[in-house]
Design a binder for this molecule. Structure first.
Ligand SMILES: *[C@@H]1O[C@H](CO)[C@@H](O)[C@H](O)[C@H]1NC(C)=O
Ligand SMILES: *[C@@H]1O[C@H](CO)[C@@H](O)[C@H](O)[C@H]1NC(C)=O
Ligand SMILES: *[C@@H]1O[C@H](CO)[C@@H](O)[C@H](O)[C@H]1NC(C)=O
Length: 277
């Protein structure tokens, strides 16, 4: 009877685990995200999605302005984000793809370059080759003549800022990268080697192997998010362990009571028995 109950319980548990994992297989993203700053960028080729990204991005761009004395230069900082309705372009290849976002009459062009490669994973004897994709370059082209973000820029003009030797968001091939924590890149600008900060967060991105139109493949979580998830799970796990300890303690105590009761010499009830001893 008891065994039957335990078997049913196990069956129920494994079924619910199955349901949860099946649900995580794909994510339907036709609905907009609750974050108003988060936008969806989609590149389509041959009538289907080949690159899809959803994120919030902020740029901090230093630029020179002339000081009041008309001689010295001071550095100001422009904070830029991508407005809704930006123009999206890009291209998809089998091992290289690119997302391009243009806004403010082409005063800004943000490009993310992706590549796919074979990697040896695991260091010890069990090393195996696996395919991964990653971001290998991030680039921002900006025009400091644009007057809403750059106020009285000195010697205004177009500049290009890029990363060098980047290898970021490394993800197993066929999966989408998911991270709510912030990822920061520093781009070096053609404008006097100034450092431009690009911060991206609330990310879901997939540049290759999208199986169906507008649907991300199975997510691959960044380490920061995984740690957070673990921290949320920890109280539950601790509670379960505590519960188990209590059950074991009670069982042992119960068993111990029974055992001592069995070992105690049975006092003869009938006094007449004493006489025979
Ligand atoms: C995603 O959800 C919307 C409605 O929320 C639905 O119309 C659409 O068919 C779904 N797409 C997929 C691929 O499940
Ligand atoms: C789209 O079609 C062209 C020509 O048939 C092909 O070269 C290209 O790889 C296709 N693109 C995708 C993303 O499948
Ligand atoms: C930069 O913007 C200014 C003002 O909009 C424009 O006149 C100029 O041609 C732009 N520069 C480039 C290289 O596009």
């Amino acid at each position: 009877m008891q065994e039957r109950f335990i078997m049913d319980l196990l069956l129920l548990l494994s079924l619910s685990v199955l349901c949860v994992s099946a649900e995580q297989e794909v994510e339907n993203l036709s609905g907009l995200s609750p974050n108003p700053d988060r936008d969806i960028f989609v590149v389509r080729e041959n009538g289907t999605t080949c690159l899809m990204a959803e994120f919030v991005v902020k740029f901090l761009i230093p630029y020179d302005v002339l000081a009041l004395n008309g001689i010295d230069l001071i550095t100001e900082q422009a904070s830029v984000s991508i407005p809704r309705g930006a123009q999206i372009a890009g291209r998809c290849g089998s091992s290289e793809s690119e997302l391009q976002i243009l806004w403010n009459n082409h005063a800004f062009t943000f490009r993310i370059f992706f590549s796919k490669e074979k990697r040896t994973l695991g260091s010890d004897g069990k090393a195996k080759e696996a395919e991964v994709w990653k971001i290998n370059k991030v680039q921002l082209v900006y025009n400091t003549s644009e007057g809403t973000h750059f106020i009285n820029a000195y010697n205004p003009g177009k500049h290009t800022a890029s990363t060098h030797h980047l290898s970021a968001l490394v993800t197993p091939a066929g999966r989408s990268f998911v991270c709510s924590a912030q990822q920061t890149f520093t781009l070096i600008s053609s404008d006097h080697q100034k450092g431009i900060t690009v911060s991206i967060y609330d990310i879901q991105i997939q540049p290759f192997d999208i199986k169906s139109d507008f649907v991300f493949s199975e997510p691959y979580k960044c380490i920061t998010d995984e740690r957070e998830q673990l921290e949320q799970m920890l109280p539950l796990v601790l509670g379960l362990i505590l519960g188990l300890i209590i059950v074991i303690t009670i069982s042992v105590y119960h068993f111990h009571l029974k055992l001592t009761a069995a070992q105690q010499p049975q006092l003869p009830r009938d006094r007449s028995l004493y006489k025979n001893m």
